[in-house]
Design a protein around this ligand. Sequence first.
Ligand code: HEM
Length: 539
Amino acid sequence: MSSSLLDLLVSYRGDRTALEITTSFLLVACGTWLAWHLAKVVYNLLFHPLAHIPGPWLSRATYIPEFYYDVVRSGLYTKQIQKMHDKYGPIVRINPHEVHCADRHFIDEIYAGGNKKRDKPVHQVRGSGVAENATFSTIGHDLHRVRRNALNKFFSRAQVFRLEPTIRDLAESLCEKILTVGKEAPFDVTTALSLFTTDVITGYCLGDNLGLVAQKGWEPNFREPLYAQLKLVYLFRFIPWLKHAGFAMAMFTRRLSEDMETLFNVLIVDMPNYVKRAQANLDKGVDDSEKTVFGSVLQSKDLPPAEKTLQRLVEEGFSLFVAGTETVSWALTVISYHVLTKPEILQKLTDEVGEAVKANGGEVPDWKTLEGLPYLGAVLYEGLRLSYGLASRSSRVAPVEDLFYQGTWTPNGSTAEKKVEYVIPRGYAIGMSAVITHHDESIFPDSHSFIPERWLDEKKQHRKDLDRTLLSFSKGTRGCIGINLAYCELYVLLALLVHRVFPSMELFETTEADIAWDHDFFNPFPVWGSQGVRAIIRG
Ligand code: HEM
């Protein structure tokens, strides 16, 4: 405190020292702060609209447990949520304003489609970093519908069929690269696959792929920089302004790593240029709405001009880039691990794909034909189940209707089934987590094992009832828009890997711990210190 201010304070209260006045002021401020928070705790526990939902008192009263487990302990809150379900039942309150559900029968209510309105919770969306105006991060249902409709056509099945030859070329090139570069030294499988997924998404959405598969080795790639961004998502939920500081810092330090430098060049230099190019083409009357996502969005008649600004489109592009790379490469990594460690599964898969290749004149058939191969499909679905998509919960808010939950629960140590009924009032978040639902033993027995056969019925047909519980792509109006593109990539690349690469590929110093979910930052992460899934080409 400056001496003139001290003088002033002393002159006002001559009988007390400035120190005493300052101390009193601080005590009053702290007391008010404490009283306010205590009042909030009492309100949250006793009078809040979610007060009737069970859960640990500290989670019902404050965000402290979520902050502690997700930020301080790094992505561990989902595990605590699992424990809460074990103790309190299928519906639990995990923070003052949010409920979590572990009952698959409620999926269609939470992740509703059609005309039911579903917002995303603000707390969750804050984690989306700088792409806060992308479709993925849109909070309100109505704005989300407008933004998503503008993208829908570009991600339709018909559009993916049109671009399948490009995906196929890249998949063939990746197999070639693995077979040659993979002979020299063990390589990281996820990184190799992410070169393909990055090229696909940039080629598909921007019209130009980045040429990562075509480059000589595995570097540069975006895996580490993207993971570094993901590791901040929970921190941003609690301190949202940090995302701008974090972005500025990353800009400042980007020259420290070649990968970071390349990623930032794509996001900050290339992405705006792609938007400008699409706008220039539109102005010239050139129709590239089927070639680039920006061309498609700029031509949308439903989207008002405010939604077509350079900044918003760059954020949309950034979000597509992130959503479309790690998800696909992680699913294929998990599948590769299981197939290569289970000879009987590899054999069945090789036989089925081999037959299809024979019937197709020696070539791996197209996506449509591959979709008809039951065992290949079963392996893919089982891989999607155990790679989870998003590992952290994804919640929805029903803004104009209360949700009624009715279910049953048998508490631990009891044999008696209890009826459970709750109303989740409108305006409050409720979500589920794939890492919990995908281990519901009532529908996926021996759920931690990789068993493709569970997806096949007696007639070797795909079991649709299991699909209804698969949350890998989420469900409803906010479900994955890239699902067709993802399936095309997964079918085509997996069939090529089985036919051409797996016969000479061996895992290198890799165990199940390298793929099993240990913690999460949106995406699932294996145990700290994991060296990743590594492999080498023999012979
Ligand atoms: C195996 C691959 C993939 C998985 C497992 C996956 C999973 C998911 C999940 C779980 C969501 C819902 C997110 C939420 O609830 O907040 C989602 C949304 C989304 N995904 Fe995917 N995804 C995959 C591939 C792709 C691809 C290739 C793209 C391509 C662009 C993509 C683009 C998106 C977008 C834009 C959204 C937001 C949709 C919206 O909010 O309307 N995803 N994805």
